[in-house]
Design a protein around this ligand. Sequence first.
Ligand SMILES: NC(=O)c1ccc[n+]([C@@H]2O[C@H](COP(=O)([O-])OP(=O)(O)OC[C@H]3O[C@@H](n4cnc5c(N)ncnc54)[C@H](OP(=O)(O)O)[C@@H]3O)[C@@H](O)[C@H]2O)c1
Length: 263
Amino acid sequence: MQLAGATAIVTGASRGIGEAIALALAQRGCRVGLMGRDAEALAGVAARCRATGGQVLAVMADVTDPRRLKEAVDEVARWGGGLSLAVLNAGVGVHRPAVGGEEAARHALEVNFLGAVRTLTTAMPHLLAANQAAVVAVSSLSALIPYRGGGPYAASKAALVAYLRCLRLELAGSAVRVGWVCPGPVRTGMIVNGVPHAKLPRLARLLVPVLSPERVARSVVGLAEGGGGQRVLPFQAAAFAAFARIAPRLAERVELFTGAGEA
Ligand SMILES: NC(=O)c1ccc[n+]([C@@H]2O[C@H](COP(=O)([O-])OP(=O)(O)OC[C@H]3O[C@@H](n4cnc5c(N)ncnc54)[C@H](OP(=O)(O)O)[C@@H]3O)[C@@H](O)[C@H]2O)c1
């Protein structure tokens, strides 16, 4: 789809990867609805987008609140004269051991999976009314490669990928493209406060180097402009994910040996 002149909504736009995506879209001439729960942070992102000449509207909504979510999506569509891109980015980094992780899994699924499903369901009537449209989600490398402590988070991100793969088939032949990116660790508050990547052994850090939010944003833009599908970042992680699919037991040994399977 063509981004210039289109209207997009970005969930979790108040910081981190969502902020970088909002800026990248605004710089390409897209009108952007910035969604999040933190009004002050959203206002800051809006100001930074406007400083680059972007047109943005900040809307407050929690992706776990279906009524408010619908109001916010409809508000962006009214403001933008329609909606042709939904970026499902809002998420929480919940890490717990798999045993006893039920509450954490519920929380991760509620925000990372059901929050994304609610957003796309709410946005879909608008997207189907557009000439060209796209749904792009920010999943995670954890959906493809297991690691210790990743159960709740990885399950929510894998569920999202499985769901979008089905959606992609259902929308084949329509004007709506479906894509998702599976990034390894990204330098945002989520890993600074959540996954202690810096504590990993050097070999593990080489195997899965930390990405910038801007790198992920470029990939989201590429998926929206192109045919959708899956992108895994960085290329070392994409190669390791392919290896893990073909030889899962060997990949497990590499993870345990290098410490890349820690969180
Ligand atoms: N950082 C990484 O290493 C990494 C790697 C792979 C994938 N990801 C994924 O990338 C996405 C963005 O993460 P990030 O690294 O940028 O984390 P972040 O800096 O913690 O930002 C998370 C964003 O999600 C929003 N959010 C959280 N819960 C929400 C809710 N219930 N309703 C609405 N918005 C909510 C937050 O906004 P408010 O607090 O304002 O609501 C914030 O804008 C997430 O889906 C994450 O799982 C991150």
